[in-house]
Write a protein that binds this ligand. Structure first.
Ligand SMILES: Nc1ncnc2c1ncn2[C@@H]1O[C@H](COP(=O)(O)OP(=O)(O)O)[C@@H](O)[C@H]1O
Ligand SMILES: [Mg+2]
Length: 325
């Protein structure tokens, strides 16, 4: 229902407020404004709200003004990348998944939740950069790959050991996750290995949309991976599926593929647990070399980039399917 009173009030608003006006109603002396505050810093947002309020306060027929500022219309979803143990390539996978998603047109950010052993600054080529704080929140560091990142590596000196206790580590995680991520629709979170405090805080406080479990093909790694998957499910985070990393070794000289850790184990284990298998990433020296150099293989061309792109499409489909119901 449109009423003339509200139409008349619109004319009283300053232009900057009209530009962001979503709705304005006047009922029984109460003017209710909804404005879009997307992308505004807190101070600008407060100023805009105050100017609108001031313009309508005391206008004919208005006894009370209510202003709702709708920010952040983008629904941000968190994809946690976890594993049962370290060294399986979880960080490598998180980086390249994020880069591949960004290449496919998603707005992606990366949070390095491995507080004690951060590696995302190196993997994304952002070593030595420092995030600034704005309104008490960290502003993510831009990377050359279109994926902004926050990592403890940006906040501590290289090589410096971080020996915090659980609660401090959870506090640090919160700082990273509550940074200025307004621009990101997908946040990929690189978790530390295992099933500790960080994983619990992550699930309870930040409610990831889903988790990707990374495992190598060895039996022991697989058992750990299954334990991690169970922890996610119990904590209410759906497991999107399992990725087998370092599967098959392509000899850089003759191209022959060998299977140093066997093959198909992760797929079979995922099936047993009733979880989707998301694919395999080969053990490839180029992946290690490029990762160490801060040039994620997913940003390049060739079979490695294609493997990560394929994974990114599966994750994106999964998110899309969820969004549609
Ligand atoms: N598919 C792969 N092929 C070759 N090297 C890899 C691959 N995945 C990871 N690596 C290397 O293995 C090491 C451990 O990987 P990382 O991502 O740091 O593991 P995690 O985060 O699980 O501890 C790194 O040196 C990384 O470059
Ligand atoms: Mg790691």
């Amino acid at each position: 229902m449109t009423d003339n009173g509200a139409e008349g009030l619109k004319g009283l608003l300053p232009r900057e407020a009209t530009a962001r006006l979503q709705s304005l109603r006047l009922t029984e002396g109460r003017a209710t404004l909804v404005m879009d505050a997307t992308g505004l810093a807190a101070a600008e947002r407060d100023r805009l709200e105050a100017s609108a309020r001031q313009a309508l306060q005391g206008a004919p027929g208005v006894a009370e003004v209510r202003v709702a500022m709708m920010a952040d219309k983008v629904e941000r979803r968190i994809i946690a990348v976890g594993s049962g143990k370290g060294g399986v390539g979880k960080s490598t996978l998180a980086t390249n998944l994020a880069v591949a998603l960004a290449r496919q047109g998603h707005k992606v950010g990366l949070v390095d939740a491995d507080i004690y052993g951060p590696s995302q600054a190196r993997l994304l080529g952002t070593e030595g950069k420092r995030p600034v704080a704005h309104d008490q929140k960290l502003v993510p560091v831009a990377s050359p790959w279109g994926v902004p990142v926050l990592s403890m590596a940006h906040l501590s000196d290289p090589g410096q050991a971080i020996a915090w206790r659980g609660p401090m580590a959870s506090g640090a995680l919160t700082q990273l996750l509550e940074g200025h991520w307004e621009g990101a629709e997908i946040l990929v979170v690189d978790l530390p290995p295992g099933t500790g405090d960080i994983q619990l805080t992550m699930m309870q406080k930040f409610k990831p949309a889903g988790a990707v479990i990374v495992s190598t093909p060895q039996d022991l790694a697989l058992m750990d991976a299954m334990r991690a998957a169970e922890l996610f499910e119990k904590g209410g985070t759906p497991v999107i599926g399992v990725v087998e990393n370092m599967a098959g070794y392509a000899c850089p000289h003759c191209g022959e593929v060998s299977e140093p850790f066997g093959t198909g184990g992760a797929e079979a284990a995922a099936r047993t647990m009733g979880m989707p298998f998301l694919g395999r990433i080969p053990l490839d020296i180029a992946i290690r070399r490029e990762s160490d150099a801060g040039t994620p293989p997913a940003a390049g061309e060739g079979p490695q980039a294609e493997a990560f792109a394929d994974l990114a499409r599966k994750i994106s489909d999964w998110l899309g399917g969820k969004a549609d119901g």
